[in-house]
Write a protein of this length. Structure first.
Length: 757
């Protein structure tokens, strides 16, 4: 049987430490030993090299054997019961007697392997009741605190009392994982770290990830020699053991060097998880080697649970007063109503608009105008911010206390107004409301220069050695917006948006009201013009026709040249009279649902054909053929005029080479009309064998006064087909034409099926 170790021997330095696989070091710390075995048959496949120091058997003796063969049936039964009952409970320790010695063990699962880590049980353990008394006393103190800061101070003191470390710190992360020593308890002779900040590079991403998985991390002596883990060499490539949840896992050499530089010899780290994110750490430092019993470690871990369970409550208490005042200001601000656009001037002067989110200035951009009050940028700068954030946020919302990070090229604006809350007020233009806060210069105390967190020396890159106080003045940064302030700002933006929408609707209603009045006046004027057309203008025409007729009756007394002029004058007067009558029909055509009824088109066409001689006068005889036509829902007199105009138009443009034939038929099935895909239409076709037309004129022939031929060739006013189009519009339908020169034309009229029977 071949045996090999799984030690990770990749060279680690600060250039590649971000990719260091710290979860598979292949070694452990020496204050305990490790065995890992299959969960199916308990065959031991991994064993640390120091097993002989604890149980008198080397890894060579253990690997390949079962747990029962090495440790006996009694230990195996206890192990099985623990797996069945307590494996998922990290707070429950497994007590085993292994080779005649008592051990406190932790057990966890990694893939298909169970990892057992055993540490000798303390011969003189701290009295459990003493730990319980300290924890109970801490709980009573906890209820006396009100703020999160007070609670963290208490946890730091309580943890130090339970564990005996030289220094206990509550370490809190910001959004970028830069850390701050938020609370501290330490020996009187030690330099305090309280208030110091540390860059995110001190704890790389993969280390933070492990802190989320494994809530407790212990180093008993940073000068330890890592103990390799051995396994059976079964040919598996890259065979390894994931120690993410291990208590004994060996530490990264980079982290060891970092602690050396700080002068620390032993550490205990407890993760503080809040909303599935690493909120902070309880970091315990000791300046000489120090180990804790598993029981005391769990008591210390309980302190972390106290903090994380109270974060929401304590933050809520601290923000309650802010929220109460902001809500009161929001309620008062909502009492102001917008009646017209000029009210924006009064609105921005309302002090409650600033108080609702504790801002120093506010600006509203509406329809290109800027209304502002307080400490705000210039009007042009406000317009630029409105345009930028409309595109940057896709007309939504944005907030920051460091505007220069988003707009690095506008330092002059960001210095004056470093904090910004932006809310769009619609999706169509750049209307918005913005609140501003001025720059607040802040002094940040760093534990060493953060720009020198990596040092290059004769050994290459290494963690910084200096942790002396280093002060930084932070510019272009405003006081952070609190959650209640952001929420009330958002609530007011929604309220204002509703008011603006109502204002816009009111303005539109006023505009349409004025347009309606203007349209009513215009229609009244048109009715007067119609009266003039039917009465005042036709009266002179009748006189012209009467006088010209009298003159023509005296043919023997009038020269031929004068008689010809009188005939042309009389014909012009007749055409003028026809045009006035057609215009009158067109302008008086109105849509009304009151006159709609079911009309049998066969009967209606019989009436039209009977009236044709009177309508057309002296025209060539024409054959009018009507198929079996449907019943249409429409206005009788308009449809009679529609078919009369269409038949008359076909006969008027008849070919001189053949007898006029007009066919009127109905489509077999309802169809859709061009771009209108939502409705079905019954189609009626009026087809003739006349002179036809070029297809390019198919749409223009329905325009009023449009003629394809001269008045001398074909009589007419150019209103007939326009009148037909308007009749179809009143029936919510369509009219279309197609034709070929010399062959004829087809007029298609579409009636909505839902209005047809």
């Amino acid at each position: 049987m071949k045996i090999k170790d799984i030690v990770n021997r990749d060279i680690v330095n600060l250039t590649n430490c971000e990719q260091e696989p710290i979860h598979i070091p292949g070694s452990i710390q020496p204050h305990g030993f490790l065995v890992a075995f299959s969960q199916n048959n308990f065959a031991i496949d991994y064993c640390s090299a120091n097993s002989s120091e604890f149980i008198g058997l080397s890894h060579n003796d253990i690997l390949g054997k079962t747990f029962t063969e090495i440790f006996g049936e009694n230990a195996t039964q206890k192990l099985i019961k623990y797996i069945e009952d307590d494996l998922m409970l990290s707070s429950t320790l497994l007590r085993l007697e292994l080779k005649g010695k008592h051990y406190l063990c932790t057990l966890h699962k990694s893939d298909t392997v169970l990892i057992l880590e055993a540490e000798p049980e303390d011969e003189d353990p701290q009295n459990v009741s003493e730990v319980y008394d300290q924890t109970s006393q801490f709980l009573s103190y906890m209820h006396d605190t009100h703020t999160l800061k007070q609670l963290c101070d208490l946890v730091a003191k309580g943890t130090r009392k339970i564990t005996g470390y030289d220094r206990v710190m509550i370490y809190r992360f910001d959004k970028d994982y830069n850390g701050e020593v938020y609370a501290e308890s330490s020996r009187d002779d030690l330099e305090p770290f309280l208030g110091l900040h540390y860059p995110h590079t001190d704890i790389p991403a993969q280390a933070r990830e492990l802190y989320i998985k494994n809530l407790l991390r212990l180093i008993t002596d940073i000068n330890y020699t890592p103990v390799p883990i051995y396994t059976i060499d079964d040919g598996t490539e890259n065979k390894n053991l994931d120690l993410s949840l291990s208590v004994l896992r060996s530490t990264s050499p980079i982290h060891v060097q970092y602690l050396h530089n700080m002068g620390v010899c032993a550490t205990l780290t407890i993760s503080l998880i809040y909303k599935k994110r690493l909120w902070g750490l309880i970091a315990c430092h000791h300046y000489s080697p120090k180990n804790l019993s598993p029981a005391i470690r769990l008591a210390a871990q309980l302190q972390g649970h106290f903090i994380t369970s109270q974060i929401d409550l304590r933050q809520s208490n601290e923000e309650y007063e802010v929220a109460r005042k902001a809500s009161a200001s929001l309620e008062r601000a909502n009492n102001f109503s917008l009646n017209n656009q000029n009210d924006f001037y009064k609105l921005v002067q309302n002090e409650n608009l600033l108080k609702l989110c504790n801002a120093a200035g506010v600006a509203i951009v509406f329809n290109g105008a800027v209304y502002k009050s307080g400490v705000v940028p210039t009007e042009d700068e406000v317009q630029h911010l409105a345009n930028f954030f409309a595109a940057y946020t896709s007309n939504s919302s944005f907030s920051t206390n460091k505007l220069i990070d988003t707009l690095p090229d506008y330092e002059s604006v960001c210095v004056k107004t470093s904090g910004l809350i932006y809310h769009s007020l619609n999706m169509d233009n750049n209307n918005c409301i913005m609140w501003f806060r001025p720059e607040t210069k802040t002094e940040v105390n760093w534990g060493g220069d953060p720009s020198k967190s990596i040092i290059k020396d004769e050994k290459g890159l290494s963690p910084r050695r200096s942790f002396e106080l280093w002060k930084e003045i932070v510019d272009c940064t405003a006081k952070p917006w609190l959650e209640p302030e952001l929420e009330t700002a958002q609530a007011y933006a929604y309220s204002l948006q509703k008011q603006i929408n109502l204002l816009v609707i009111t303005q539109e209603e006023e505009k349409y009201r004025k347009l309606s009045e203007l349209l009513r006046e215009t229609n009244s004027e048109l009715e007067n013009i119609n009266w003039i057309s039917t009465h005042d203008l036709q009266e002179p025409l009748r006189k012209i026709q009467l006088i010209s007729s009298r003159l023509l009756s005296k043919e023997d007394k009038i020269p031929d040249s004068v008689q010809d002029s009188i005939l042309r004058m009389n014909a012009s007067a007749s055409r003028m009279q026809t045009l006035l009558i057609d215009i009158l029909k067109y302008t008086r055509l109105k849509h009304t649902d009151d006159s709609f009824e079911n009309i049998n088109l066969n009967e209606l066409l019989d009436e039209v054909k009977a009236d044709l001689p009177e309508t057309l006068g002296d025209v060539p005889p024409a054959e009018i053929i009507a198929g079996n036509l449907p019943i249409i829902h429409g206005i009788p007199f308009l449809l009679k005029q529609l078919f009369s105009n269409l038949i008359a138009n076909s006969i008027k443009y008849a070919s001189p080479d053949r007898q006029p034939i007009v066919k009127i038929t109905a489509g077999d099935n309802p169809v859709r009309y061009r771009q209108d895909e939502s409705n079905l239409y019954q189609v009626i076709y009026v087809q003739d064998n006349g002179i036809g037309f070029e297809q390019q004129f198919a749409d223009s022939i329905f325009n009023i006064f449009t003629r394809l031929h001269s008045a001398s060739e074909y009589k007419g006013s150019g209103v007939g087909l326009a009148l037909c189009k308007k009749i179809m519009q009143n029936h919510k339908g369509y009219i279309a034409a197609s034709g070929k020169p010399g062959e004829g034309a087809t007029i298609s009229i579409y009636f909505p099926v839902n209005d047809s029977l």
